[in-house]
Design a protein. Structure first.
Lengths: 239, 375
């Protein structure tokens, strides 16, 4: 099992989740109840709650092509996707390929947040710099340099065992636009390294169990997304 | 109780009673009652419609004919490389021209192969791909499939466009390359590009004239209309006055005018709504302000528009580029900010200055005119 969990976070209009009601809904939407040839739905046995967060797995089957001696063939593959409801206004969805992510978003839009089109929250330059400033330690920064003399360089990445902001490289290039950072957040129950990229993907390194990832995602929402992305508009309504 | 407070309470009471009667109106409902589809009525959706439906857009026949002629000429012999830059300020419709050409070619000659790329993705890196660099993936595509026509949009968004084109011409040595440029980026890179390949023809894209702008407004209204929305031509004329015929500004003004009319509780969009929208977008009196700018301020604006960093330019970079002292640069930046032409943002240790997004096409038009004047 992979020990890398990547998520995107979407904002929804405030609503009070009733834990029991959601649990029932997740049971009703079980993948095992889907009569379709390619089934999709929840795995109710994965339901778990932690404070005001609810975790469950959604999954879907799809046709995957593979090669045999006699030519290409198809197999029915299954893709599980972790979903976390965080408080009353945020949902974290495991980051997967765009075409697969659309399936997950449609499932959530149809069953939990009708009339809303789910779009991930991106992290702009100011947010990423705020994370660096507030982090316990910084392990990696990746820039897309724009200054004169750097025309032939598209990416500049420096990695260390911590404290990369206390380096002459950072002193020289730290003001260039940031693409991605890897930090250790403060006051997350266990020491957890997290990467953030400007498109909004959050990767929790070497943590994949619900009880490990939920507190980190909750901390990201409470301490980064809520204070620094306050001007974000709600998702577009569907008609 | 003071008279003023009594009036406020009276207004609040009126609003409260309106609410009790259930007459609270959202913008969406307001649009619907005026036969406008709220799902379609936004800048993104309208722009997408125009890009996807080139036949619905306004007349650019002359410019398109120049491009089609070269493609036809190449098709006859299938020899030689023809480089055709389409030059125009942001928002004037360069992408639209490229899309229209692509649509036309796919219909007129099924054997012609066309590949379309956006230069803004050349520098992109995606670790999930086998080849993480977008540019190298594009080169591979050009190498393995021999296209006849290559369309390159947004050349101004690649900070290393000359080197990018050098690599592209190695793979694409035969065919027609149509690329989109802003006037100032084209004048900066033209010489270097001419060393790579001769320029076959520059296609200059001017803002639309009044008649075409009126036609554009009417096409957009047809697209967003559910039934038959009544529209006065005088309102379109007012939109033209503020937009100077730049399609993207025209659309922004049109959308904002509806919002202004709704917020002022007007029965429909009128000239006053357009003026209010122009004020909101910073277009009101802008051309007069831009006309009065000194030569040095135009030069500052040109460097800001040429800056590859999307965050804007640092004052220290301008000091270096223009060879002026800090105080002079600071003075010009303050004047341009006070006139609401520039906006600034502190990121990290620096303050970055950039042209306000809503007015960028008109500022670019002014800079381009000055360039011609300066020769």
């Amino acid at each position: 099992m992979s020990t890398l969990a990547s998520f995107i976070i979407v904002k929804i209009p405030q609503r009070s989740w009733n834990e029991n009601q959601i649990k029932r809904e997740i049971e009703n939407l079980s993948i095992r109840n889907d009569p379709s040839e390619l089934r999709q739905g929840t795995k109710p046995e994965t339901f778990t709650s932690h404070g005001d967060c609810i975790f469950f797995e959604f999954g879907f089957e799809y046709n995957q092509e593979y090669l045999t001696v006699d030519g290409p063939s198809h197999i029915k593959a299954y893709r599980p996707v972790k979903i976390v409801f965080i408080g009353e206004q945020y949902i974290a969805i495991e980051a997967i390929a765009e075409n697969h992510l659309d399936i997950v978003k449609r499932f959530l839009e149809d069953n939990f947040v009708p009339d809303i089109k789910l779009e991930p929250i991106a992290f702009d330059e100011k947010v990423l710099r705020s994370v660096i400033y507030a982090a316990r330690d910084v392990f990696e920064i990746e820039h897309a340099p724009q200054r004169r003399g750097m025309e032939t360089i598209d990416r500049l990445k420096y990695t260390g065992r911590g404290g990369v902001t206390h380096s002459t490289v950072h002193e020289e290039y730290g003001d260039e636009p940031i693409e991605r950072i890897k930090v250790m957040l403060r006051e997350v129950p266990s020491e957890t390294r997290v990467t953030f990229n400007k498109k909004g993907t959050i990767t929790i390194v070497q943590r994949s169990e619900p009880h490990e990832i939920i507190p980190v995602l909750k901390a990201v929402v409470d301490r980064i997304i809520i204070p620094y992305t306050r001007t974000l508009q709600l998702q577009t309504r569907l008609y | 109780m003071s008279i003023k407070r009594a009036l406020v309470f009276e207004k609040l009471k009126e609003a409260y009673v309106r609410g009790l009667k259930g007459t609270v109106e959202s913008f969406d409902i307001w649009l619907k009652t005026r036969q406008v589809d709220p799902r379609r009525f936004n800048h993104k959706s309208i722009t997408k419609f125009l890009l996807d439906n080139p036949n619905e857009t306004v007349n650019r026949e002359r410019e398109l004919a120049s491009l089609a002629e070269f493609v036809g000429f190449y098709r006859r012999e299938k020899q030689g490389l023809y480089f055709l830059p389409v030059v125009g300020v942001p928002g004037v419709g360069k992408s639209q021209i490229l899309q229209t050409l692509m649509g036309f070619l796919s219909k007129v000659d099924k054997e012609l192969t066309t590949y379309s790329v956006d230069a803004s993705i050349f520098a992109r890196v995606d670790e999930t791909e086998e080849e993480s660099q977008s540019y190298l993936r594009i080169l591979e595509e050009l190498k393995t499939k021999k296209y006849d026509v290559l369309l390159i949009d947004s050349c101004e968004h690649d900070k290393n466009i000359v080197e990018s084109l050098r690599g592209i011409f190695r793979q694409f040595s035969r065919g027609v390359v149509v690329s989109a440029w802003t006037p100032y980026h084209w004048s900066l890179y033209r010489e270097a590009i001419e060393e790579l390949t001769p320029v076959s023809k520059e296609v200059l894209l001017q803002p639309l004239d009044k008649e075409s702008t009126l036609l554009l407004v009417s096409r957009v209204l047809d697209f967003v209309s559910i039934g038959s929305h009544k529209w006065k031509e005088t309102v379109s004329s007012r939109i033209y006055d503020f937009s100077s015929g730049i399609p993207s500004v025209t659309i922004a003004l049109l959308v904002r005018s509806f919002i202004e009319a709704f917020q002022s509780r007007k029965p429909d969009v009128d000239g006053e709504s357009v003026t209010a929208a122009a004020k909101f977008l910073g277009l009101y009196g802008l051309n007069e302000k831009l006309a009065k700018l000194a030569e040095h301020q135009i030069l500052v604006l040109k460097h800001i528009l040429l800056e590859p960093d999307s965050r804007g330019i640092r004052p220290s970079t301008l000091v270096e580029l223009l060879g002026k002292d800090k105080a002079t640069i600071s003075y010009h930046l303050n004047v341009l900010s006070a006139e609401k032409i520039l906006t600034n943002e502190r990121i990290g240790r620096w303050v970055f200055y950039r042209v306000r997004e809503e007015i960028e096409p008109l500022v670019a038009l002014r800079v381009a005119k000055e360039d011609e004047y300066l020769g």
